[in-house]
Design a protein around this ligand. Structure first.
Ligand SMILES: [Zn+2]
Length: 254
């Protein structure tokens, strides 16, 4: 097991070529800075006084690359691949690595729980992480450039929500997705919020939830309820506007 130096996380590497492990450590550190400067959001990086781990594993028995946040007894971000080919740039068919790391850190920003653990709630949680990660990619690009990943690519153009900047600046309209998928609906909602109230509104709602929401402690790690997040977002936008959009997206009923 190899370790890579990182300021905010503990990066443990079981099989990734070292250059990819170093890149992941660098991207995660820079993403914490980008979350702070673009969204004024602190990404929690400690659990029970220990740095949160980023675990990398290359094992030929792994069929599909997987990057995921595990909110278990020992929360960790895990990147598992079956071969080195899975680490190539998304431009030539690899996964969206840089975005993926930012997305997992987005989960750490507001690790949400619900009483029901319904599909809607997990869709919302994914959409929050998707939206947050897409918000910081440009800043990250200015900090790290194309060389953030060993197989250089312009992740701020290739990764994240397509047309993100055009949508939130109002140059491109986005219509309500036809599917009943909660992730699609929540993503549409956050883009509408950003276009109307600014990209910082969602982040302010996260800060508001952290401050006033009822939290559930997992060790020293705080998780929050989605209902409290909607209330905070209602205060950042307008409760009427938000309720209407939550109903249209079938994210709440009634
Ligand atoms: Zn996710």
């Amino acid at each position: 097991m190899r370790r890579h130096r990182a300021r905010y996380f503990r990066v443990l590497n079981d099989g990734f070529p070292a250059k990819y492990g170093r890149a992941i450590a660098r991207v995660a550190d820079a993403a914490v800075g980008a979350y702070r400067s673009v969204l004024k959001l602190d990404i929690p990086s400690f659990y029970c006084n220990e740095r949160i781990r980023i675990c990398l594993r290359l094992d030929p028995s792994i069929r599909h690359p997987r990057l995921f946040f595990q909110p278990a007894l020992l929360p960790s971000i895990n990147y598992c691949v079956g071969d080195v080919r899975s680490l190539r740039s998304p431009v030539v068919g690899g996964p969206h690595h840089v975005y993926g790391i930012c997305h997992e850190l987005g989960h750490l920003a507001l690790f949400m729980v619900s009483e029901s653990s319904s599909e809607v709630d997990s869709g919302v949680s994914e959409a929050v992480a998707d939206f947050l990660a897409s918000s910081i990619l440009r800043r990250l690009g200015r900090t790290l450039g194309t060389n953030a990943w060993p197989d250089a690519y312009e992740y701020w153009k290739v990764d994240g929500i397509p047309d993100f900047a055009a949508i939130i600046s109002g140059h491109r309209r986005i219509s309500i997705p036809r599917s009943k998928d909660a992730f699609e609906a929540a993503r549409w909602l956050f883009l509408r919020v950003a276009a109307r109230y600014g990209v910082g509104a969602v982040a302010r709602a996260i800060r508001g939830t952290r401050k006033e929401g009822r939290c559930v402690f997992l060790g020293s790690f705080k998780a929050f309820r989605i209902g409290d997040f909607w209330n905070a977002l209602g205060r950042e936008t307008s409760t009427r506007w938000l309720t209407r959009h939550l109903r249209v997206g079938r994210l709440i009923h009634g």
